[in-house]
Design a protein around this ligand. Sequence first.
Ligand code: XMP
Length: 324
Amino acid sequence: NWTMENFIETEITRIQQLVGPTAEVIGAVSGGVDSTVAAKLMKEAIGDRFHAIYVDNGVMRKNETETVKKTLDDGLGINLTVVDAADEFLGKLKGVTDPEKKRKIIGNTFIHIFERVAASIKPKDGSEVEFLLQGTLYPDVIESISFKGPSQTIKTHHNVGGLLENMKLKLIEPLRELFKDEVRHLGQLLNIPEELVWRHPFPGPGIAIRVLGEVTPAQVKIAREADYIFIEEIKKAGLYRKISQAFAALLPVKSVGVMGDQRVYEQVIALRAISTVDFMTADWFEFDHKFLKNVASRIVNEVDGVARVTYDITSKPPATVEWE
Ligand code: XMP
């Protein structure tokens, strides 16, 4: 009979047989549920012969790199390489305002850097990196077969064809038969911290598609700080698990405000929170007004450069979840 406990055992054995006694495996981790669960499963199966690579692309959430180090390396004992590539990504994003171009640049730069780092991983005993781990879920498998729309570029991280070919790697996808709720359950059984198991999804292009218009370090900082406050308040109110995804977007417009007795002319934050089952359709989340009032006041008071906060009350469709 199929139980998650049995799945773990069977899958670990399958991975061990597939990889064999000496080969090495690499895989990208993002700080999200899927890649972390996949990485932990590899760690259980082949220990330090699995190499996780985390690329800081400069458009991750606040404190993300530290959190990933703490959870994966210190906490779960995963063999982790952290790459600080923020300048490289932000350099390439300079002057770019088109959302699809941002996605392409980030996707390509990611593959480029991953290849470079992967090539530098030289196992001590002369054995070879032969496999690439992917945290692909069942819905991703289905989507990539059946879905051909403008969001073909969704899941930039899953676009690994190049890596497989150039580096002559074979793919391992231990989660490819699981749904999201099953992956969370698996994560719990593998002792992945609760906070991470229930984390909202985060897009590959990160804050770059939440800073509308040009992505500069200063703009990223504003979006990041506002997002942090919003999520912190959501958690404090006990709403995090009732919401499927929430974030702050920074709009490329200025608006007038008064702070103290000064007239200010600063930017606008749009808050977005949705509930959904499959992310193909979504409803905006109904916060009570006191909650929104508090978040708005915190953001305007604590984040330099923001004069106004709005809440997005558009469903999907017609609006997408992300603003870009
Ligand atoms: P949309 O905006 O298309 O978002 O309604 C649906 C879900 O997909 C995520 N999303 C992305 N994820 N790369 C990703 O890895 C992308 O380019 C991308 N665009 C949107 C979005 O955060 C939401 O969860």
